[in-house]
Design a protein around this ligand. Structure first.
Ligand code: 2AM
Length: 185
């Protein structure tokens, strides 16, 4: 099963993203827009994980969630992988770098549960908005979305999803765990 860990922004934050991208959806040839129900910020991509490793991964992610406090996040700006000029992925960004430690823990949980992760790229928090099968020049679009600045929100849960690929990508929740509350005083 194809698994990944993620943070899911609240509906209000997604509303803002939806409003920001609405003028461009369907306007760029070659770009397939990700449906709003699939929007998330990936923390760790585990690739194909044997089903027998799932319970261990769930326990480890629960523990990881409890070790981290809730995160203050805002979606902001836009960019593209591998570059705006030769883009395969268009994304909305995450202001600051609030998720790196949680992402490290999510990756470590996968490693310890026996997930063979091929994705060793440096973590760069993003919310994928659209994908392209071949490189497209998105400089103008990235420029247009650069000023996007979403309202702050709190990431309170760590999610594990199973990715069902196919003509219609679907993500099935396999658990979500509360991050620790902010310490008082
Ligand atoms: P993306 O948003 O940049 O496309 C499910 O596929 C999630 O895991 C997506 O958010 C995807 O990132 C992320 N992911 C990270 N590495 C991946 C990889 N090597 N193959 C597929 N998805 C990957």
């Amino acid at each position: 099963m194809r698994l990944f860990a993620a943070v899911v922004p609240p509906e209000e934050a997604l509303d803002e993203v939806e409003r920001a991208v609405a003028p461009y959806v369907g306007q760029v040839p070659g770009l397939r827009w990700a449906g709003r129900p699939t929007w998330h910020v990936t923390l760790a991509f585990y690739g194909e994980v044997p089903e027998r490793a799932l319970p261990d991964l769930q326990v480890r992610l629960e523990r990881a969630a409890h070790r981290h406090t809730v995160l203050d996040v805002a979606l902001a700006g836009a960019g593209a992988f591998s570059s705006a000029r030769r883009a395969r992925v268009l994304w909305a960004g995450v202001a600051g770098d609030p998720m790196t430690r949680l992402a490290d823990s999510a990756r470590a949980a996968g490693r310890r549960a026996g997930a063979v992760q091929t994705d060793e790229k440096r973590f760069h928090a993003h919310l994928t908005l659209a994908r392209a099968r071949a490189d497209v020049d998105l400089r103008e679009l990235v420029e247009s979305l650069a000023g996007f600045a979403g309202s702050p929100w709190r990431a309170e849960r760590l999610h594990l999803f199973r990715s069902h690929t196919g003509p219609q990508v679907r993500y099935e929740s396999l658990g979500d765990w509360a991050l620790a509350p902010v310490k008082q005083g």
